[in-house]
Design a protein around this ligand. Structure first.
Ligand code: FES
Length: 264
């Protein structure tokens, strides 16, 4: 009897394992087609160019900027400067923050390194792996998704011959995903973080109302060192107004009704 029960339990265990394996394969298959994460990496693994022994120091100019940043906070609240200092390190270091930069920042603000790691890993605008000189971020949140952000990302990845968060061989471009950037009115949109000129010339520009064709044109303009016009790419739209002009509120607004005080 015990042998039969054991065989049944073993068979059931085998079936459960099969179900888990199938679900795992289905998830893996789905993960290549669906968006799950906007960050390239959620953990750190030492590599030859990213480990605590790779030296990092702010440039003299950025040391001055760091001092200026710290002066915004009381001397016993230096840790409040962690985000602007991470941002400065990222701009100086070609768009990404190695672990040694986080350690250097921890020393400056006098906290344990983990306090800096936990901030850098929380915010997806901090890149902890290499990005291109131009890091193209496609908004993947619902309004942009409904308006075609997946086609835009596909168009960029295909044109540049990379996967998401991979850098092109010439180091010029990488494509990532960002969540809503507050520009849904002109969806779909991408932003371009330009790290090509270090912290002095860093820009972070929005390109709105983009199409799969227009994003390629933007990429090619950037490649040639040109500056594509930022904002809406729809010639029929002015800033965030309705494309083609107003459809309501066409005349002068009526003033609110008011009693004739003389008649009172
Ligand atoms: S959903 Fe894309 S900017 Fe808001």
């Amino acid at each position: 009897m015990f042998a039969t029960a054991g065989r049944l339990a073993g068979k059931r265990l085998f079936e459960i394992r099969q179900i888990f394996a199938q679900s795992h394969h289905q998830l893996q298959a789905r993960s290549s087609a669906f968006r799950f994460f906007s960050t390239a990496l959620n953990y750190h693994i030492d590599s030859p160019d990213n480990n605590p022994h790779v030296p990092f120091d702010f440039t003299d100019a950025n040391k001055e900027r760091a001092k200026e940043i710290l002066s915004h906070y009381p001397s016993n609240y230096k840790q409040s400067a962690v985000i602007p200092l991470l941002d400065l390190a990222q701009q100086q270091h070609g768009g990404w923050i190695p672990v040694s930069a986080m350690d250097a920042i921890a020393k400056i603000i006098e906290v344990a390194p983990i306090r800096v790691y936990e901030v850098a890993t929380f915010y997806s605008m901090f890149n902890r792996t290499k990005v291109g000189k131009y890091h193209l971020l496609v908004c993947g949140t619902t309004p942009c998704m409904i308006r075609g952000s997946r086609e835009i990302e596909e168009s960029l990845l295909k044109h540049l011959g990379v996967k998401r968060n991979e850098v092109t061989k010439d180091g010029m471009f990488s494509v990532g995903e960002m969540e809503c950037m507050g520009c849904c009115v002109n969806a779909p949109m991408i932003t371009v973080a330009d790290y090509s000129k270090g912290s002095e010339g860093y820009t972070y520009n929005y390109y709105e109302d983009v199409t799969p064709k227009r994003v390629i044109e933007i990429v090619e303009m950037l490649r040639k060192g040109e500056a594509p016009p930022v904002g809406t790419q729809n010639p029929l739209r002015k800033k965030s107004g309705p494309a083609g002009g107003n459809t309501t509120l066409l005349g002068e607004p009526k003033p609110p009704p008011c009693r004739d005080l003389d008649a009172c």
